[in-house]
Design a protein around this ligand. Sequence first.
Ligand code: ADP
Length: 719
Amino acid sequence: MEGMAEGQAPEVARERCDFIYRRLAPGAAASAVLSLLLSGFLWRSRAPDLIVFWQLLVLALAALLWGLSAAYRRAPAAREQPALWIRRAAFGAAALGAGWGFAAAVFFPGAQDEQVFISFVVALVTAGGLPLFSTVWWVYALYAAGVMLPFNVVLFAHGTDFFRLLGAAVPLLYAANVATAWQLGGVFSTAFGLREAYRRLSGDNAEIQAQLGEQLDSLLDAHREVQAYGRKLSLFSERAPIAVFEVDPRGTILDMNPAAENLFGWASPEMVGRNIITMMLGVEDRAGTEKWWEEFVASARPATRVVENCMRRDGLALACEWTMTPLASEEGQVSSIVLQGRDITQQRASERVRSEFTSTLSHELRTPLTSILGSLSLLRSGALGDVPKEQDEIVEIAERNGQRLLDLINEVLDIEKIESGRLTLEPEPLELGELVRESLRLNQGFADRFHVRLALAAEMRGEVPQVTVRADRKRLMQVMTNLLSNAAKFSPPSGSVEVSVALKDAVVRVGVGDRGPGIPSAFRGRIFGRFAQADSADSRIKGGTGLGLAISKRLVEMMQGRVGFEDREGGGTTFFFELPVMRAGEAAAAEAVRVLITEDDAVAAEYLAMVLEKAGYRVDTVADAAASRTLLGRWKYAAWLLSRRLSDAEDTLGLIAEMRPRLGGTRIIMLAGLRSDQAGVPEPQRHGIVDWLLKNDSRSRIVEAVGQALGRAAPQPGG
Ligand code: ADP
């Protein structure tokens, strides 16, 4: 309370001051009335001029106090100067007190009953000051002293014992009154504190109420937003053209959208409550699918799965690609799973048609065409007897067109193979200069037809830098042939095509420059696309399929390089490809046996790779099924170490089955996290698994297992 009183000192002082001034005018009026009463009572027994003088004095003092209170009310800054105004009030109070004290002293000597009345008036006036001035105790003390001091002096001066006794009691009364005033002042300040606290409390309360109101408003807004969002979501699912199911972690169907009803022919009420695994996902291998589902739910990570025969109500089997997204709480608890199913039956059918078409092209067209070309060439060779000149010309036309057709078929087959991921490269360390020289030699015959000379660029002075690259010889030759034949085709007659080999940092660039018409700007963006030909009569005349550059680009990219072209100073175009240069050590390592590790546990993968690299293998490491597909499509691996569990939650055995056509002699070793994993695959041989390794097996065990799988001793370290 003390601290509070101090903290509020200016406010309390202001309040006290206000309090005094509010009572000053009524107090002055009461004083005036009482003085008139006293004057009336003493009028006959005391000297009238003295009474008149005193009466005027008291009235003047009352008027002074009244004026003071009026001034206080009117003064604009009065409330800001409580100390000053309290001092002024104290002055007025002391004067009024002294006025009454004067009456007590002057009128006391007289009749006894009058003395009793005067004593009573003195007591009344003293007590009456309390409600007026007690908020500031010392103001009251001054006022009461003004009343009592003269009265007390008179009491002692009067001489009788009774009055002396009374005179001794008066200071006690004074002290008691002042103490009361002091007490009242304290009470005032406490009350002020309480009032202040209450005011603040109710202020806070109002603020809290306002805040609560605001929060309630925003809560309502959020509620409305959530509702709108929910409506939007269900609209999405209702209108989505793909089948959407919501299932619980055990696979029980909770909800499905109209597209799912349409796709599978079951109405939602028929399906809700049934199990998605039995109905859609695991029609063939239920136990296996259930096990996979458990692992998928436990991982709480999205997965995709292609199911070849989801049963439609009418018994037709649909191929579906399922995208499954678990909805998990922040603690990782899966509450439900959303499955989106895309019908890929048509896509499967067209893929089948495409591959059938490709094999038709390859066998039904290429085989007879090759034999036709063989026969024609035999005819022209003269081995079957002389051919008259006109006939020879016709046979030559037939042979050339046959060759064009064969080229076209081969290119279509190539692009098909590349795009379906069925083209595998056989990369080896190659001396690039040698390959370039050979390509010039092999293609000069073709260039001769256009009277064009193929040569190394003049600035190379017949020298080609010694560079080793890691590439598929046959395919790189195909790229060179394409670039050289294009350059020859588009060169002006008797022109020459210049081939350059330039080394820059770790990259080597082979450029084929011609003095042809250049590439029209509108065509530049799509020159490497399939069947892209600049739309000029010229291209048509020169022949070609528009596939050569598309194939070259993809081949070079599969060898970790890139292709491009640039305008040549002085006219024409330079087409180029760039390949990473092999360092000496790398070239040796490349000869080593290649091993692929598919393992999503980075630490385990690094350990295995380190052990096998030390043992002399060339190791590629990937974390998931998607990357495995890419690498298996690109390189031939002697062994594939494959984790039983994959990060993208794909089925490992399914992945092996899928990659089977491309694996050839690749030996598969399964990597297990736990020994129990092994038990989960009852007949490993059936899946082509030749051995099992634990991820933390010893070095010697790992090297031995891989060596045995490959049916030979491990390569020599550092070889
Ligand atoms: P094509 O079998 O038609 O030659 P390419 O993919 O090799 O197929 O080439 C595509 C097209 O790019 C060509 O038809 C031609 O329009 C243009 N082109 C390719 N090389 C050159 C070149 N050196 N100069 C000018 N145009 C070229």
